[in-house]
Ligand binder design. Structure first.
Ligand code: SAM
Ligand code: SF4
Length: 434
């Protein structure tokens, strides 16, 4: 009998992708949308901020009743909390049967068998073998028109605040042939838009025989797949934004006019203390060059406020950078100290001061985002339709700039249609099919 698997995913898009691959690794299970009645619950976790890890423990506590009702229920913790805390997860929450890190989830079937024998199963190795090689095909992938494809993992940059180099390990790129094969497979299942993923995706350097391909070359090759209509990539580091990738934004039609390029701070002093290895002026100049290649580019970023030793003057430099760049989308976070990172040793900013700064920064970013969205009204753009909307006859899709767009009319999922934008709502655009 097919067993039921419930996976709850936290954190970044790479985790969304990994959750799909974990479901594929577990033969004999079908994925369900609720933990009630499940035979296995997997939490695919994020460790980027302290709150993220605490959320996992409170979620686990909620499964006590389910486990009491069904002692055969197996509970697993995967992802970066599993990697960072290892056995501690089981000590802190004895309900947990399986702990598996992001580099070893292809071993889930063996871990599940061990748990079925009533033993605790733990694997947080960084194994030699490639998990993607073990999980070659994507048999369960029931595809909508968009998909994530991880091409690169891990990070060697060691920004002073960040756990990724510790939880995801050293930077590794998947070979070109495997990425192409997976993309072809996805497209044959109806995918029309692929987002290439990596913690530092623009540092991609995939092997192809004796050669090494950068991200721009990979994108150009993917663009040759006829039925693949749109390509995106995330997340990028400013220092890896090489000339050919900038050029690709101008001349590769399938590469969408949206770029997520985190800067974290606009203060050179703080950027240095963060070990970002570039200045605010260098970042602004880089943005200018990318916009020369693609003037309508919508820019997105990440910001950390209240990094240790940040003064009001440093914060004002971040606000000035935001004014200078003008973001169409952004994510901002209050600094969260992560054990084992260099910044964890430093004097923290008063939490109330940090909260106040975050509020001011978010107000500015929200204004910019709203202005970028409102500026779409009156324009004619292509929309890739993804699913029916909430109202009868309504369909929802995405613009090239990643704005959600809804229309009323006859249009199929997976179709790209021309739409005139007529209204800008709180979180989406409305338009009419042309
Ligand atoms: N590799 C990407 C880069 O360099 O921009 C970022 C990857 S990280 C998973 C996503 C975002 O989380 C970062 O850009 C940063 O803004 C935020 N972040 C990471 N560590 C953090 C911390 N300790 N406290 C607050 N935010 C953090
Ligand atoms: Fe973390 Fe990104 Fe810095 Fe790597 S480049 S350490 S993933 S913030």
């Amino acid at each position: 009998m097919t067993k039921k698997l419930y996976i709850k995913t936290y954190g970044c898009q790479m985790n969304v992708y990994d959750s799909e691959r974990m479901a594929e690794a577990l033969d004999g299970y079908e994925q369900v949308n609720s933990p009630d009645g499940a035979d296995m619950i997997l939490l695919n976790t994020c460790h980027i901020r302290e709150k993220a890890a605490e959320k996992i423990y409170s979620e686990l506590g909620r499964y006590r009743g389910l486990k009491e009702a069904n002692p055969d229920l197996k509970i697993g913790v995967a992802g970066c909390v599993a990697q960072a805390e290892g056995e501690e997860v089981m000590r802190r929450q004895p309900l947990v049967d399986i702990v598996v890190g992001p580099q070893s989830y292809h071993r889930l079937p063996e871990l599940e068998a061990k748990a079925a024998r009533g033993e605790k199963a733990l694997d947080t190795d960084f194994p030699e073998e490639d998990k993607f090689e073990k999980l070659k095909t994507r048999p369960k992938a029931q595809r909508g028109p968009t998909a994530f494809l991880t091409v690169q993992e891990g990070c060697d940059k060691f920004c002073a605040f960040c756990v990724v180099p510790y939880t995801r390990g050293a930077e590794v790129s998947r070979p070109v042939a495997r990425v192409l094969a997976e993309a072809e497979d996805l497209v044959s299942r109806g995918v029309r838009e692929i987002t290439l993923l990596g913690q530092n995706v623009n540092a991609y350097h995939g092997a192809d025989g004796g050669e090494t391909w950068g991200l721009a070359r990979l994108i150009r090759r993917l663009a040759e797949i006829d039925e693949l209509k749109r390509i995106r990539f995330t997340t990028s580091h400013p220092n890896d934004m090489e000339d050919d990738l900038i050029t690709a934004h101008g001349d590769c039609e399938k590469l969408m006019p949206y770029l997520h390029l985190p800067v974290q701070s606009g203060s050179d002093r703080i950027l240095k203390r963060m070990a970002r290895k570039h200045t605010a002026a260098e970042y602004i100049r880089l943005i200018e060059r990318i916009r020369e290649a693609r003037p309508d580019l919508l820019l997105s970023g990440d910001f950390i406020v209240g990094f240790p030793e940040e003064t009001e003057e440093d914060f004002q430099a971040t606000m000035a950078l935001i004014e200078a760049v003008n973001y169409g989308q952004a994510y901002s976070f209050k600094y969260s100290s992560r054990p084992g990172t260099p910044a964890a040793e430093r004097a923290e900013v008063d939490p109330e001061v940090a909260a106040d700064r975050l509020q001011r920064l978010q107000a500015l970013l929200t204004r910019q985002q709203k202005a970028a969205q409102d500026a779409m009204v009156g324009r004619e753009i292509d929309v890739l339709f993804e699913k029916p909307g909430r109202l009868p006859g309504q369909m929802v899709g995405k613009s090239g700039y990643l704005h959600a767009v809804h229309v009323t009319g006859e249009v199929a999922v997976g179709q790209i249609s021309r739409v005139r934008i007529t209204e800008s709502g709180p979180n989406s655009l409305g338009g009419t099919l042309l």
